[in-house]
Each structure stands twice: as C-alpha cells, then as structure tokens.
Design a protein around this ligand. Structure first.
Ligand SMILES: Cc1cc2nc3c(=O)[nH]c(=O)nc-3n(C[C@H](O)[C@H](O)[C@H](O)COP(=O)(O)OP(=O)(O)OC[C@H]3O[C@@H](n4cnc5c(N)ncnc54)[C@H](O)[C@@H]3O)c2cc1C
Ligand code: FES
Length: 266
C-alpha cells in the first residue's frame, strides 16, 4: 500500500452520470487483486476532508508495463461531482491498493458474476483477470442489471471478453424487464456454477446471497460502507459478522469482498 500523487491521464464521461478516470500509479498495482480499492483525496478541492473509496476498475498496461489504474465512478454527491471536473495533467492523492479482493479457486468449471449498477466497477477487472488465465469463455457468465439501459455499463468491454452476458433492467429498456437476480436464479437452478461473485446495491447482494444459499453455491460479495480511513484505523466501516465468527468485521481491511456466509447484514 502506497500513498502517492497520481496524475490524471484522462477523465471521460461515459453516460449520463458516469465517468472513467485514468490515474498514474506505482508498480505495486501490478499485484492488485480484483475487488481491491483505493482511497482518493482531492487536495485542492474544498469538498471534504475525508478521502473516498473507489474500486480498481482495470489496470492500464502498455507494452507489458503498468502505467496506471482506471476507476469507473458515478456522480452522486460533492466529491464525485468535483472529481468529474478533473482534467488530464491534474493531480490527486491516492492510497492503495487496499482491502481484500475476490478469492478464486485455482480449479473451477464455471463462475457467475453478478453486477448491479455501479457495482460493475470491480467486476470488469475480475472478469478480465479470469479470462486472461483461462482461455475457455464458457467458464464465466455475467449477469448485469440496472434501473435502465443508461445504467448498464461496460457492455462493449465485457463483449470483448467473449463471455455470455444476461441483462436485466427495471424498466425493460435493455434485456429482460425485471431483476437481474431472477435471471441468476433461473440459471443457477438449471446448472449451478462453482462460485458466484457479486457487487451492487445492498438489496441485490442480499438476494444473491440467499440464492447462493438455496442452491448451495459458494458466494463472494463486495459490499460498500461509508469509509473514513480505508486502513482499519477509524473503525467506521464495521458490519456485523455471523455468530461464531468475529462479532464485527471491518469492510476496509476484512473486505470489501466477503464470503456471503460470513456476514449477518441481510
Ligand atoms: C470499497 C468501496 C468501493 C467503491 N467503489 C466505487 C466505484 O468504483 N465507483 C463509484 O462510483 N463508487 C464507488 N464507491 C462508492 C463511493 O465511495 C461513493 O459514491 C463516494 O464516496 C460518494 O462521495 P460523494 O462526496 O460524491 O457523495 P456524498 O455526498 O458523500 O454521498 C452520496 C452518497 O454516497 C454515499 N457515500 C458517501 N461517502 C461514502 C463512502 N466513503 N463510502 C461509501 N459510500 C459513501 C452516501 O451514503 C450517499 O448515499 C465505493 C465504495 C466503497 C466502500
Ligand atoms: S474505514 Fe476506517 S476502519 Fe474501515
């Protein structure tokens, strides 16, 4: 983990309220795991004293060398609004890579990846890492959901990975009308995968965890809490663990990716 000044390589709008920002980073990110995050602080902006957590969306690699990291973010408040105004050549403070990412067993037949809204941010890094290791695209299937077609991100990127993609939107403007978890349940019932990995809104993750439990499929979820420090110092990101395990877990150091059975939050 390193605190550094990161230079903005690009900052592009990719939808109504979504942006992709590229930042330079130190070489240690070459070992970053999908699901890990950074704490980002905007030194010159008078928005908040606290840094904000963002997942690593992808590594920017040129000629085999890591040049930076890309974040995918949604404008939801003061800090993300200011972040959307950063331009190439500006500087931000970043600390990372932080937390525990997804732990994928060496041998598996099939993985289901479930994304809701901006939860897609760490999941493209996950899917691309899996595909880089295993040539067969049928090992990995993506279920992606959002309120409308405007909230379904990274489809072109996922398509390049050649994996099966199932889409659901609340308003039916893209894919099936309804919940992405309904698509997940149908597919899991037909032919359960070896593992389910998910990131998205809290309610969606609860539903994914229950489906996984019903069909006895191991499940890892990446969860969000308010984070002030990102390194286990403020204890502000505590969530309840299951009975028999530690009573409280800290999302920044014990997560943000957890085995769904370790949590007592849904
Ligand atoms: C591990 C982790 C990874 C994340 N990765 C991404 C990502 O890749 N892309 C992305 O767009 N967002 C991500 N988030 C959420 C992102 O941190 C918040 O959207 C951001 O901090 C909001 O800041 P703001 O000042 O713009 O909004 P605020 O005005 O502060 O708040 C707007 C909303 O964001 C929530 N929020 C505020 N601060 C935090 C915080 N520190 N942690 C979590 N939620 C917060 C508030 O509860 C509120 O609902 C992640 C959060 C966590 C915990
Ligand atoms: S954010 Fe401070 S302990 Fe987790």
């Amino acid at each position: 983990m390193v605190q550094e000044k990161a230079k903005v390589l690009f900052n592009k709008k990719v939808g109504s309220s979504y942006f992709r920002i590229g930042l330079t980073c130190h070489n240690g990110y070459a070992k970053a795991k999908p699901g890990q995050f950074i704490m980002l602080h905007q030194p010159k902006q008078n928005t908040s004293l606290l840094p904000r957590p963002f997942s690593i969306h992808r590594l920017i690699i040129t000629n085999g060398r890591i040049q930076g990291i890309e974040l995918l973010f949604k404008v939801v408040g003061g800090c993300t609004e200011k972040l959307s105004k950063y331009r190439k050549g500006d500087y931000l403070d970043i600390l990372g890579p932080l937390g525990r990412g997804f732990i994928i067993p060496d041998k598996y037949q099939r993985i289901f990846i479930v994304s809701g809204g901006i939860g897609v941010a760490p999941l493209f890094f996950l899917a691309s890492s899996l595909r880089a290791k295993i040539a067969d695209p049928s090992t990995c299937r993506l279920f992606i959901g959002g309120r409308s077609k405007h909230d379904i991100l990274c489809l072109d990127d996922f398509s390049e990975l050649d994996i099966t993609i199932s889409i659901a939107t609340d308003d039916g403007s893209l894919g099936e009308k309804g919940l992405v978890t309904d698509l997940l349940e149908t597919a899991t019932k037909e032919n359960p995968p070896d593992i389910i990995c998910a990131c998205g809104p809290f309610a969606m993750l609860g539903s994914v965890a229950r489906i996984a439990e019903r069909y006895a499929v191991p499940c890892q979820v990446s969860i969000e809490t308010i984070m002030a420090c990102g390194i286990g110092a403020c204890l502000g990101c505590a969530v309840k663990g299951k009975k028999g395990l530690d009573k409280y877990l800290h999302v920044c150091v014990d997560g943000p990716v957890f085995d769904a059975t370790a949590l007592k939050i849904w």
